[in-house]
Design a protein around this ligand. Structure first.
Ligand code: ATP
Ligand code: MG
Length: 388
């Protein structure tokens, strides 16, 4: 009896003529993530991927990884019976006897994609359910809240007998949605924003601004650790660490204090855009959420947005902090994010930042700087770190 893992690929089913491209990418993503965990064969048919372990490999080993792959909407362990009902009964008993002898409630569901099979779905459920009750008289059928749902699914080449399905992450396969750069701080929001865009198929690059000695080595390591967590879902990420000390010191020296944050953020956006375009990315991603802080009012966002021409995705824009924290906890970035190391944005924070900045005043203030030179220096001297 060989146990396999069945993966359902959800939204890809809706992709019409593009379906094959999405499925091929999903298969590639799964293969590369599980390759170090044993030998597995992958096959796709009728929107279900069957993962069959080779000798000395087990599907249990790959489940934690499968739970972190975008594009899989649900998965279940299963065995495959021949297409006759005696074999279905025999294998169900052999496969599930341990569960059935300790549990109290179950139900049987049946699906028939091979409509030529001699029994209908209700007949399969009734017969198989009846057979299990005869063998395990202590069991009760509970159609609403069973401890074990057994699904018998009749396919062209056999009958899958599946245990309880578990929820996958959903989303679409990473790499099918183009490439974009996450502007990542050490905070709670930007790792969540990165994860959300990866969920929509985006392959990530990252840009981080640090200002040594005002920000320390631990702050940089924190960003690397955050990206490692995100990369468990998104695959590898190339990080550009931009030294921002000289830029911030110039802004502080030449510009009025109340404009400090907005000008700093405009320069950060411009530098991120240049790095992104060099890396073949077609968009920026930020963790901004409307009204969360002074630099995230509509006017402030307008002022920073104007310096770039590629799209800027802000997946958290309409979310409350509580909703963002919930995701951060689920993807395990929260505990790293709350470690107390200064971010370059908190260095030289003005006491009274402009809440409602007017673009012509910002530009006038910014013109006191040689922004071209500042930007070129930052782009030319950034450090590249590969996050695997
Ligand atoms: P976060 O929790 O992501 O730090 P935040 O609520 O603290 O966000 P801000 O500090 O205003 O907000 O930053 C807004 C966005 O600007 C961040 O979500 C991130 O995308 C980007 N950002 C902030 N600081 C940095 C940095 N040091 N390097 C790169 N991007 C940054
Ligand atoms: Mg921040």
């Amino acid at each position: 009896m060989k146990e396999v893992l069945l993966l359902k690929n959800g939204e890809i089913v809706l992709k019409g003529l593009n379906k094959k491209r999405f499925e091929d990418k999903l298969l590639l993503n799964i293969k590369s993530r599980i390759s170090s965990l044993g030998k597995f064969d992958l096959e796709i048919s009728q929107s279900t991927i069957t993962v069959s372990p080779g000798k000395n490999s087990s599907v249990d080993n790959i489940i934690p990884v499968i739970k972190k792959i975008f594009g899989i909407v649900s998965f279940s362990k299963a065995v495959i019976a021949n297409k006759n009902f005696d074999d279905v009964k025999k294998l169900t008993l052999e496969y599930l006897k341990e569960d059935l002898s300790i549990l109290k409630t179950f139900k049987v569901e049946a699906k028939r994609s091979d409509k030529k099979f001699f029994m209908t779905s209700p007949e399969i459920s009734k017969e198989l359910g009846g057979y299990i009750l005869e063998e395990f008289p202590h069991l009760k059928v509970d159609v609403h809240n069973p401890e074990l749902t057994i699904t018998a699914e009749v396919r062209d080449f056999g009958v899958y007998i599946r245990k309880n399905a578990q929820k996958g992450l959903g989303g679409i396969p990473t790499g099918t949605g183009g490439k974009a750069s996450i502007m990542i701080s050490g905070g709670i929001d930007s790792p969540v924003a990165a994860w959300m865009m990866a969920k929509r198929g985006v392959f990530l690059t990252a840009v981080h601004f640090s200002s040594p000695p005002y920000t320390g080595i631990k702050a940089k390591q924190k960003v690397i650790d955050l990206l490692k967590k995100v990369s468990e879902y998104s695959g590898s990420i190339k990080l550009f660490n931009v030294g921002f000390t000289a830029a911030q010191e110039s802004i502080k020296q030449y510009c009025q204090e109340e404009f400090f944050t907005i000008i700093m953020r405009r320069i950060m956006m411009k530098i991120s855009e240049i790095i992104s375009i060099n890396e073949g990315c077609s968009a920026l991603i930020t963790g901004e959420s409307l009204g969360q802080v002074a630099s995230q009012t509509i006017n402030a966002i307008d002022c920073t947005n104007r310096v770039v021409s590629i799209p800027v995705f802000r997946p958290l824009i309409g979310m409350d902090k509580e909703e963002i924290v919930k995701i951060a906890r689920e993807i395990n970035t929260f505990d790293v994010s709350i470690m107390p190391y200064a971010d370059c944005c908190t260095v030289f924070t003005p006491k009274h930042p402009k809440l409602d900045p007017r673009i012509h005043l910002v530009e006038k203030e910014e013109n006191k700087l040689d922004t071209q030179k500042i930007i070129k220096n930052c782009v030319d001297n950034c450090e590249v770190i590969e996050i695997k």
